[in-house]
Unconditional design. Sequence first.
Length: 268
Amino acid sequence: MTALGEAPARSGDAQIIALCNQKGGVGKTTSTVNLGAALAESGRRVLLVDLDPQGALSAGLGVPLYDLTATIYNLLGRSAPPIDDVLTKTGVENMDLLPSNIDLSAAEIQLVNEFGREQTLSRVLAQVRDRYDYILIDCQPALSLLTVNALACADGVIIPMECEFFSLRGLALLTDTMEKVRDRLNPRLNLLGIVVTMFDRRLLHSRQVLARVAETFGDRLYNTVISRTVRFPDSSIAGEPITTWAPKSSGAEQYRALAQEVIQQSAR
């Protein structure tokens, strides 16, 4: 069994990565959009999965949430449409999306009595796994049945973590949850790494938190650190990843660097 922190071996199909943190407001959706776009920019085929009923990932890519006729919610149901009816092209070459909106909030109620309910998302993604190099799942900030579905089908987890002390408290709980999912549902689940977001090197507090994370998690911490900048919310409003909206910005370069770290992990 592979230890936590090691990258899983590639099987020829897409590597499925869940971006997960039970704390909200840590840059999880921002990281999903921009890591995906940076991977696509590197020539990889990428699928983003919006598994949050708030639909922030979809909205951040300019998808009109209230005009959607089919979403990931429909694919999780018993009478699922063909997945190609839900797959949505984004404005980024090589990057597709399975969108979401508030309808997804009903999925937990419908899934709770289903046989093999924790594997429902896995069965959906199995249909297209051979089309992509990476599938990135944006999880909601809660330990819900939807999040468990993401962890049950993922090869690995990336944890975006805001650079403040309260975020440290949630990491132990999340890694404990991962261990339980790995023991009971998905033995290949691994912690790929922690990426520090919203970092402001001018603040002593931020530097202290980064040092503490590095001391605690060692090589599980990505070398790339994502700085705090207004360009991220501005690019979300524009409905574009920062790699296309402000391609020469420090934020774009940081996510390109993170993408290269992820690619190097996959090649091991």
